[in-house]
Write a protein that binds this ligand. Structure first.
Ligand code: ADP
Ligand code: MG
Length: 388
């Protein structure tokens, strides 16, 4: 983080001819347990990671904004009162959306010169977009001198993503970046929006394994999964004697009892978020006891549920998870995020992390020709102002 801040300060000063006044930092995130549970009003365990984005700005006398993406050295200019989304420089939309969100709470006092710089690989499932939004929104709130709650800050980022970047994301990415804690996972309840840290053992860490696989029909497959979950929830609402607003309200035992009267495929889809909710809650208890091995088993079960019920895994992700099972020091592995490609997250003892990463890369290369990327992930502190 200090390195990022120093580099950004240097680039900012060289480009704008003065030092930044306010600097913020926001990390990316990984999803650890609780897959496709958010839109079923369920639970997710995630973590802020040891990669992030720094955002810096200095106020101007006029109402002009100059905004620079420090990694690619591209600049855009616009008026602080009119941050409009554009087709070119798509990266600027995430920032403009956040400016618009903070401006809706308090009018901007002045224009500014801004620059951001980060070390999260873009589009690799670590949520560089949420890190950028969160870092930008934090800086704007500081510049405008307006108090914004953590949850509101997350909602500003989500709205920017929806309305300025055109990505219909949930709230998990922003929440994880904002609420992250060192040596802790973030437990989110997507019904009550109660969000809290859960201590995580210090002798284990994660490997994020990016397969770069992208499977066609992802949108159609995603819509079918969502629809199946909704159909199943309506079914359970009619057969159970307690209220069911979403699959969050259905237990695994109820699925076993009443699932068979559903369409076979719809029942399988519903099994995944229902099982995931129970695994998240069981996982929290295991972490309270410091039992990383038992927690890891839940991750393997989560992947099995993806593979068997939700069918959002793919051969590349299965390769990583199957290879991980046989590697010393690995405690668990599963796909992370939407699925149908992308990344798998592996839980490993820190002392075995490097050898495990090598073993996964070579097992992957053996099957698919090229190694997957592996990255060591440590649960880290969430977004914050670091200067100003
Ligand atoms: P992810 O969030 O998983 O990394 P997304 O596609 O949601 O993937 O977001 C990636 C986009 O976010 C990039 O294409 C770019 O527009 C923007 N972005 C995020 N961080 C940066 C950065 N440091 N520099 C330039 N653009 C960035
Ligand atoms: Mg994103």
């Amino acid at each position: 983080m200090q390195d990022l801040m120093d580099t950004l300060t240097g680039k900012f000063t060289a480009h704008y001819g003065r030092a930044p006044e306010i600097i913020s930092y926001a990390p990316g995130r990984i999803e650890v347990l609780g897959n496709h549970t958010d839109y079923n009003e369920g639970y997710v365990l995630s973590a802020a990671i040891n990669y992030g984005t720094c955002f810096a700005l200095a106020r101007r006398e006029d109402r002009q904004v100059r905004l620079m993406a420090g990694d690619i050295m591209e600049e855009v200019q616009f008026l602080v009162d009119a941050p409009m989304p554009t087709e070119d420089h798509m990266w600027s939309n995430y920032v403009k959306g956040c400016l618009s969100g903070v401006s809706a709470r308090k009018a901007p006092p002045c224009g500014f010169d801004a620059m951001f710089f980060g070390n999260i690989p873009l589009g690799s499932g670590l949520s560089s977009s949420a890190a950028l939004e969160t870092a930008a929104a934090l800086c704007f709130a500081k510049l405008f001198d307006v108090e914004i709650s953590k949850l509101d800050l997350a909602r500003i980022g989500q709205k920017a993503e929806h309305e300025y970047a055109g990505v219909k994301c949930g709230l998990l990415d922003q929440v994880s970046s904002i609420y992250g804690k060192e040596n802790a996972l973030v437990l989110s309840d997507f019904r009550t929006f109660d969000i809290k840290p859960v201590n995580f053992p210090e002798d284990v860490c994660f490997l994020m394994c990016n397969t770069h696989a992208k499977h066609a029909l992802v949108d159609g497959a995603y819509n079918e999964r969502r629809q199946s979950c909704e159909i199943a929830a309506r079914h359970f609402a009619t057969v159970l004697d307690h209220p069911v607003a979403a699959l969050r309200d259905v237990s695994w035992n109820e699925w076993l009892q009443y699932g068979p009267s559903l369409d076979e495929r719809v029942a399988r889809r519903a099994a995944h978020p229902i099982g995931e909710d129970e695994r998240v809650l069981a996982g929290v208890e295991f972490l309270r006891d410091g039992d990383a091995a038992a927690f890891g088993q839940l991750m393997f079960q989560s992947h099995e549920s993806s593979r068997k019920y939700f069918e959002n895994s793919c051969p590349e992700l299965d390769t990583v998870v199957d290879a991980a099972k046989a590697i010393p020091g690995v405690l668990g592995a599963r796909l992370s995020g939407g699925g149908f490609g992308g990344s798998a997250v592996v839980l490993v003892e820190k002392r075995h992390a490097e050898t495990a990463a090598q073993a996964i890369r070579s097992a992957y290369a053996h099957k698919h020709g090229e190694p997957c990327d592996t990255r060591l992930i440590i649960c880290s502190e969430g977004a914050r102002i670091i200067q100003g």
